[in-house]
Design a protein around this ligand. Structure first.
Ligand code: PLP
Length: 392
């Protein structure tokens, strides 16, 4: 009999993230979780202390919907010096509930149901799922391994009269791709010619290796108006649970984006905004340099272990993930291979297929190296004593 008590048409098509599923499987066997980007290194003291102090001194009520002035001003200062983007802190910055809340509000404010948005593959699963959840249409354009370059014929062919936007993640999860200036210039010409919004996800902007420097798309000539620059503190300050991020956009768009963010979150966590502001103001350049150096050494550690295990890594230029070739691990697909590896080594990874359109990424696993050193070393020992394909 017909009933109103059923899921929405959309709900069955949005499955639980494979990352969360592997985290559950890992906990069940007491394994080491290299599946999720939980970043369990300690946050900087200045950030923690200012957050606690703000709670004690009564900053526990709603803030203005776009965040406290001190944080918006600090973000504008950081955008000018690090990202080379110049914004008005009182009209063009929105403090959000994570980069995730920023992306959600920006998509809701600027796109309409059925609009197409280009997403480069391998992609961060939340980008695709979030587009679907908002009744938007992700159009996946696959990049070519190993350098994850754009095939421009493929890119042009992906554009239709309904294409209104593109998501650009740099440095990217899971590939570690850090987009270069010539590539970004070509993307800028493309975005302009097709008149697209560009939603950037720059959450890993400080995680760049081998001397590479992050370049923000909005800093390219003429790109400011069409670009929504999204970043946050989850990764930079190791506070993923604080749910604190931000976006910068033209005043023309910011009001509507802020309104959509307000509808879901009202504001970002009030006392924690004080913590982040203190971090931006107090931490010297050395903090960011050390962060990149520390993660580069963790990347190298894990890459070496993967090579020894016969799981050839694609060396990332940024972010903190590695895609490794798992074709020597037995199993019909990447999910099965990830489970085999968990069973045999107690190290949890994510099936590469979680980052690709159906049928692709089945030979890959993604590993996260945002781990405390001791735990990462133990994971590496376990991987090194494993030999993929030893049975064959
Ligand atoms: N964007 C990318 C590419 C990520 O990998 C992640 C977390 O893994 C996020 C955004 C989440 O950011 P936030 O914690 O600020 O919502």
């Amino acid at each position: 009999m017909a009933t109103n008590l059923h899921l929405s048409e959309l709900a069955p098509h949005l499955v639980q993230s494979e990352i969360r599923a592997m985290t559950v499987a890992c906990t069940a066997v007491g394994g080491i979780n290299l599946a999720q980007g939980v970043c369990d290194t300690d946050p900087p003291e200045a950030v923690v202390e200012a957050g606690i102090e703000a709670i004690r001194t009564g900053h526990n009520i709603y803030t203005r919907l776009d965040g406290i002035a001190g944080l918006r001003e600090a973000i504008a200062g950081k955008l000018a010096s690090f990202n080379r983007i110049h914004v008005d802190p009182h009209k063009e910055v929105l403090v959000t509930s994570g980069a995730t809340g920023a992306m959600h509000a920006a998509l809701a404010a600027l796109l309409d149901p059925g609009d197409e948005c280009l997403v480069l593959e391998p992609f961060y699963g939340y980008h695709v799922a979030m587009l679907r959840a908002q009744r938007l249409s992700p159009v996946v354009v696959s990049l070519d391994a190993p350098a994850w370059e754009i095939d421009w014929d493929r890119m042009e062919a992906a554009v239709s009269p309904r294409t209104r936007a593109m998501i650009l993640n740099s440095p990217a999860n899971p590939s570690g791709k850090a987009w270069s200036m010539p590539e970004l210039e070509r993307l800028a010409e493309f975005a302009e010619r097709h008149d697209l919004f560009v939603f950037t996800d720059e959450i890993y902007e400080y995680f760049t290796f081998d001397g590479a420097r992050h370049i923000s798309f909005a800093s390219l000539p003429g790109m400011r108006e069409r670009t929504i620059t999204i970043s946050g503190f989850s990764k930079t300050f190791s506070v993923t649970g604080w749910r604190l991020g931000y976006l910068a956009a033209s005043e023309r768009w910011l009001g509507a984006i802020g309104y959509f963010h307000d509808l879901t979150y009202i504001c970002a966590p009030s006392p924690l905004q004080h913590g982040a502001a203190a971090g931006l103001l107090a931490l010297p350049q050395g903090y960011y340099d050390d962060l990149a150096a520390e993660y580069q050494s963790k990347r190298d550690l894990l890459c070496r272990a993967l090579q020894k295990a016969g799981l050839e890594p694609s060396i990332p230029a940024g972010a903190y993930y590695i895609l490794a070739d798992a074709s020597l691990i037995e199993g019909p697909d990447a999910r099965a291979r990830a489970r085999t590896l968990l069973q045999e080594t107690g190290v949890a990874t994510v099936a590469g297929s979680a980052f690709f359109a159906p049928g692709r990424g089945e030979d890959l696993l993604r590993l996260c190296f945002a781990k405390k050193r001791g735990e990462l070393e133990e994971a590496c020992r376990r991987l090194e004593s494993y030999r993929a394909g030893k049975a064959s």
